[in-house]
Design a protein around this ligand. Structure first.
Ligand code: HEC
Length: 168
């Protein structure tokens, strides 16, 4: 291998710590996903356990399908869900206080994890055509975790196993 080849390899590895992808489906963190378009945002509150802000991003195929309401999603669609802690912003609150004394502004804290769904109706036929991946700090979770994904998405069967609706 040439020196340039080695450098390219090292650079791409440094940017992606998930070389093997997720257990079971081998889903990897898609390159450039942070530039993708927003499908929707939501909040998940499990009292005493989880208080998260979440955003769902889509690649071009997924985004178009969400926007047009196309079901099932076409092969090649990829959805990335970013999960962050939700924290109060004292700074925003101070600024808002003059106009809105009781205002409580909440903002994104730190990244908790990211979840990915990749549509490939042949490869992932056993799980509704979707491959699943869950990553923390760029590293995939274990097999036991990945066994939970599809069963819990099954109630959304009539929406091709996807819960998120496009936010206008
Ligand atoms: C306990 C049930 C449950 C489990 C287990 C689960 N999900 Fe989900 N998932 C949901 C629900 C409900 C939503 C929508 C609400 C939300 O995002 O908080 C969702 C949303 C998503 C989304 C955004 C697209 C959509 O369907 O709305 C992705 C991507 C996703 N999950 C991937 C995964 C992956 C990968 C796993 C396994 C590691 C997993 N999920 C496990 C219930 C579950």
């Amino acid at each position: 291998m040439t020196a340039a080849g080695v450098i390219t390899l090292m650079t791409s590895t440094a940017g992606r710590a998930d070389d093997e992808g997720s257990p079971i489906d081998g889903v990897k963190i898609p390159a450039g996903y942070r530039e993708w378009k927003t499908i929707a945002v939501n909040q998940l509150l499990v009292p005493g356990k989880t208080d998260q802000l979440r955003a769902q991003l889509g690649n071009d195929i997924a985004f178009k399908a969400f926007k047009d309401g196309t079901l099932p999603f076409p092969d090649g669609a990829v959805i990335v869900a970013l999960h962050w802690t939700r924290v109060p912003s004292e700074y925003n609150n101070q600024v808002l206080a003059g106009a809105f004394p009781d205002a409580q502004s909440f903002v994104v804290g730190s990244r908790v994890n990211m979840q990915i769904m990749v549509k490939d109706s042949k490869k992932y036929a056993a799980t509704g055509g979707w491959g699943f991946g869950d990553f923390k700090d760029g590293k995939p979770g274990d097999e036991a975790l990945h066994k939970t994904c599809f069963p819990c998405h099954e109630p959304a069967k009539d929406r091709d196993f996807v819960f998120t609706h496009y936010a206008q």
